[in-house]
Each structure stands twice: as C-alpha cells, then as structure tokens.
Design a protein around this ligand. Sequence first.
Ligand code: UT7
Length: 333
Amino acid sequence: MQKTRAAITGIHGYVPEYVLTNAELEKMVDTTDEWITSRTGVKERRILKGIGLGTSDMGKEAVLGLLKKTNTNPLEIDLIICATTTPDMQFPATANIIADKCGLKNSFGFDINAACSGFIYALRTASQFIEAGSAKKVIVVGGDKMSSIIDYSDRQTCVIFGDGAGAVLLEKNNDGLGIIDAVLGSDGAGRVHLHQKAGGSAMPASAETVEKKLHYVYQEGQAVFKFAVTKMADAAEEIMKRNNLHSDDVAWLIPHQANKRIIDATAKRMGLDDAKVMINIDRYGNTTNGTIPLCMWEWEKKMHKGDNIVLAAFGGGFTWGAVYMKWAYDSKQ
Ligand code: UT7
C-alpha cells in the first residue's frame, strides 16, 4: 500500500444562464470585440441575475450535482471548503451557507480567500486533512459572483470577469493517485495593484465609499499582467522540475483563466502543445475561483486514470501556485 493521498473522485460545475457577449459590452463601454478577443481571449461570460442570489447559490448547484453524480450521502461529508473572493456576506463563511443549503449536516466548513489562486490553496488545504486522517470525504468549492464587484462602466475590468462555480469531492487514495505536490506562494506587497478598496475593516462601507465607487475591483492591468505571466509559469515549471516531469509526461495543464496570453506563456514554458491545455476563457471569462474547477468539469471525460495533471494559478494578493496530481478515475457520465 502506498502513502495516503487525497484524490478527486468527482466534479461538477454550474454557470448561470445569462450570457453577456462582447457585442453587448460594446454598447455599454468604449470597447470592441476585436480588442477584447485579441487582448484577453474572452468572447462571452455568464452573469448571475436575480435579487438575493450570491456565490452560495452557484456553489449549491455545483455541490448538489456533485453529490448526485457521485452517489454520495450529504451526511457523509466531513468538511467543506469554499474558495471565494465574493462571499455572500462578510460573515458567516459561504462554505457554511452552502453546507446548509445542501444538507451537509455533519461537516464543518470555512472559506479561503486567496483571490484567483484560491481553488489551488483550498485543494492543498483539503488534501492535508485527508492525508492526516482527520477527514474522509471533503468537498472543495471554487466560485465567484464577480459581477457583484465589477464596475460595468470600467472597460479595463468589466470585459474580463464572469460568474460561475465548480465543486470537487476528495477522498483518500492508497494507489499512488491523487494530489502529489503543491507549490504555493504569496507576496502582500502586490496588493497595491489589485484590490477592493472599501468594505473591509480598514474602510467600512459608507455613503461616500459607494459614491466614489470603492467597492469595485481596482486593477492595474499591466502591472498585474507582468507578475502573472512570470509567477504562474515559474510555479508550473518548479512543480515539473521537483517531480521530474517532462512535457511528454504531462497529459493536461489546467490553468487559471485570467488572460489567454498568460495561459499561452505558461504552456510554452512547460513545453506543452495547445491540445494539452484546457481553455474555456472564451466562454466564461475570468470566474476567479471558479476557473479551474469549471475546466475540470468540462474536460472530465477526457481525463483518464493515471494522467499527470498540472494546475496553475495567479491572483490578487499577490498569490500564485501549482498543483501536481495523478487523475484517479475514468468518468462514466
Ligand atoms: O485573475 C488574476 C489577476 N488578473 C490578471 O491576471 C489580469 C492581468 N492583466 C491583463 O490581463 C491585461 O493587462 C488587461 C486585459 C487587463 C489589459 O490588457 P493590456 O494589453 O495590458 O492593455 P493596457 O492596460 O496596456 O491598455 C492598452 C490600451 C490603453 O489605451 P492607450 O492608453 O494605449 O490609448 C487602454 O486604455 O487599451 C485600452 N483599453 C481598452 N481598449 C478597448 C483598456 N481596456 C480596453 C477595452 N477596450 N476593454
């Protein structure tokens, strides 16, 4: 029997119905489909409409689908972790709200806030609980309602982001499959380039913060791009080196979907053909914590037991990371 590892044993995703196209954005801000497509790779994104709906409502759909698909009783889940930057509320944690909505009555839950790297951070955290033997079945949700913090008069940010969520089930594996290694990094000095100014304890919400539009994403695109393109590729390269992986050994790269140019640079550094890279930024944009699980969900049938898979992300904080896993199952549905 090999070392106990945490393996993904099921995946499900959810994207809202409303499709916000580049053509519609052309009517809202001074932009063009050509600019958005060539600079970012995004053609359309999904937006969660409906009063009172938040990230937990998308997470709920992903988790209920996951439980059904994997034939898992909600009472068997020991732990739920939600990676999100747009929690339903400042507190309680969105993980707890999803647990309540899905009947996970025996689980404890908490959120992880690592911006676009959150899903990778959460996967690593979940895997430690399983490896230590303190949890048997763990759900990790990654999702964001980015439309709740985007200024739709700011052409720099509104063209990039979208809404969506995915969820994975993790269980122990003693056959050498599952999460094998992770490289995680952060640098708080990067916060000046990407943040939300108001709504936290340093600048609570007030009429003035609303009037000055301080509750929206503030991003210095070029500065973030420079770090992202380097750090995401560095993390992916490091995890390959550490695990003695060559480009031929890697079946799939699942990158965070922030910008097609950042994805291409990471794939190039890893020596991978486009055919091995999961890309859905054209249809969903940057769903922050949702990007990686949504890719896994869409590509589930194409991943096979034993495949070497590398996940890579970069986000606000700054945060970055890469995960190396051996895929644990062949999907039947
Ligand atoms: O999710 C993780 C964290 N986020 C990221 O990784 C995002 C990283 N950054 C980026 O993806 C890119 O920097 C952006 C997509 C945000 C911007 O692309 P860019 O190629 O860096 O454009 P830029 O900011 O250098 O702007 C170039 C020009 C400017 O005009 P001038 O000054 O050259 O006349 C902008 O005003 O493009 C203009 N511009 C636009 N034009 C049409 C900026 N946004 C738009 C737009 N449509 N939507």
